[in-house]
Ligand binder design. Structure first.
Ligand code: ATP
Ligand code: ZN
Length: 212
C-alpha cells in the first residue's frame, strides 16, 4: 500500500511540537527514542527522524515526500521544495546583533562590518538587497561568542527571547528574517500521495483553526 513519508527533526527545538502536531491530527505514532523511523498505526504515514539541516535535501531527493522544518533552514538551503503550510510553532527571528556599547542607527551601519553567522546565504541576500558590503564569517555553532573573542564585529543568529544575546553582552538591532516551522513537499507525489497530503493538510488546518 502507498504511504506518505514525512521527515521531522530527530531531536531539538522542533521535535516535540512536530510530534504533537501529528498527534493533534489524530495520528498515532510511537515515538521511540533513538529510532530512525517509525510508522503511524492509524494513517498511512511513515515518519523519518533526521537533522533539521538535512530535511530540505531529503524532501527534494524524494527520500521523504514531505517534511517539517524551519523557514530559516528552507531559505538557507535554497532547495526547490514547496511550502504547503506554515505551522505556527518554532517561531524565531534571524537577527543582527552587536555589542551593547556599539551605536547602530540602521542598515547602513552594517557596511564594512565583519559578521559571524551560520546563515551566510540569507545574510548575503539581505546585504545585496540593501547594497551593503560586509564581510561574512561562516561559523557552524556558538555564533554569539564571536564578538567577545574578536572574531567579528556583529553576529547574525536566531533569536527567540533574546536571553542568549543578553548573556553575551549583545543587543538585537536588525531583524533579517522572521521564521516559523513549515510543512514542505516535493513536486513528485503520486496521485494517491497527493490525496493523503490533502487529508493531512485538512487536519492541520483544523488544528490551527481550533487554536485561534
Ligand atoms: P539539528 O541537530 O537537528 O541540526 P539544530 O541544533 O540545528 O538541530 P535547533 O536548535 O533544535 O536546531 O533548532 C531547530 C529550529 O528551531 C531552528 O532552525 C529554528 O527554525 C527554530 N527555532 C526557534 N527558536 C529558536 C531559537 N531561539 N534558536 C534557534 N532555533 C530556534
Ligand atoms: Zn540543524
Amino acid at each position: 500500500m502507498m504511504k506518505l513519508r514525512i521527515a521531522i527533526q530527530k531531536s531539538g527545538r522542533l521535535h516535540d511540537d512536530s510530534i504533537k502536531l501529528l498527534k493533534e491530527c489524530g495520528i498515532d505514532i510511537n515515538n521511540g527514542v533513538n529510532k530512525l523511523k517509525t510508522e503511524a498505526s492509524n494513517f498511512p504515514l511513515e515518519v523519518f527522524f533526521l537533522r533539521d539541516d538535512d530535511i530540505p535535501q531529503y524532501v527534494e531527493d524524494g527520500v521523504a515526500d514531505i517534511g517539517i522544518v524551519g523557514e530559516n533552514v528552507i531559505l538557507e538551503k535554497n532547495r526547490p521544495v514547496k511550502v504547503a503550510e506554515k505551522l505556527g510553532f518554532g517561531k524565531c527571528r534571524l537577527s543582527l546583533a552587536v555589542p551593547k556599547s556599539v551605536e547602530y542607527n540602521g542598515v547602513k551601519d552594517m557596511d564594512k562590518l565583519r559578521i559571524a553567522t551560520s546563515y551566510p546565504v540569507i545574510l548575503d541576500n539581505f546585504l545585496k538587497e540593501h547594497g551593503i558590503s560586509a564581510e561574512i564569517h561562516e561559523i557552524s555553532g556558538s555564533v554569539e561568542i564571536a564578538p567577545g573573542i574578536g572574531l567579528a564585529d556583529a553576529i547574525c543568529d536566531l533569536v527567540s527571547s533574546g536571553s542568549t544575546l543578553f548573556m553575551n553582552g549583545l543587543k538585537e538591532v536588525e531583524v533579517i528574517l522572521k521564521s516559523e516551522a513549515a510543512l514542505i513537499t516535493n513536486g513528485n507525489l503520486t496521485a494517491e500521495q497527493e490525496a493523503l497530503l490533502k487529508k493531512l493538510l485538512f487536519r492541520i488546518q483544523a488544528v490551527k483553526k481550533a487554536k485561534n
